[in-house]
Design a protein around this ligand. Structure first.
Ligand code: NI
Length: 167
């Protein structure tokens, strides 16, 4: 297992659109193991392959309090959604920034599991938000891009300042 480097916003590679996994193989499973180790070490509650510069449709999520409920979604697709919720989000690619984003409150998602078998599940609350956030990464979208241009400019300035200070 290995801890992977998480791309930091603004990085153009975060805007790449991921392609579907053709077949779930040992190399997909190895990538997922490394992603899980990276997410738990960060620590975070979700990670998309895009964030570790692997542009495949794979996301992982663990919203449990004990960090013992890893969920893996390969080629995820939202097949239904309802309701609205405004939840404060953060992202391992945009550390230290937390902003409210409007998402669907409940979703049904279908995907492949680690064995390559299809499954579908209903999610709501934090889990639903997290899945939607991670799926955006696969489309090359970072959550701060939902915010007003002014807010985005401020966030970029804040990040630049922080990078300068830590150099
Ligand atoms: Ni994120």
């Amino acid at each position: 297992m290995a801890i992977l480097k998480i791309l930091q916003y603004p990085d153009d590679r975060l805007h790449k659109v991921a392609t579907s996994v053709k077949q779930v193989t040992d190399s997909s499973r190895k990538l997922i193991k490394d992603m899980a180790e990276t997410m738990y070490a960060a620590p975070g509650i979700g990670l998309a392959a895009t964030q570790v510069d692997q542009h495949l449709r794979i996301i992982i999520v663990d919203t449990s309090e004990e960090n013992n409920n890893l969920m893996v979604f390969i080629n995820p697709e939202i097949i239904s959604f309802s309701g609205e919720s405004d939840c404060e989000e953060g992202c391992l690619s945009v550390p230290g920034i937390y902003e409210k984003v409007r998402r669907a409150e409940r979703i049904t998602v279908k995907a492949l599991n680690l064995k390559g078998d299809p499954f579908s599940m209903d999610a709501e609350g934090l889990l639903a938000v997290c899945i939607q956030h991670e799926m955006d990464h696969l489309l090359g979208k970072v959550f701060v891009e939902y915010l007003s241009p002014l807010k985005q400019t401020r966030i970029r300035a804040k990040i630049k300042k922080r990078v300068r200070e830590t150099m």
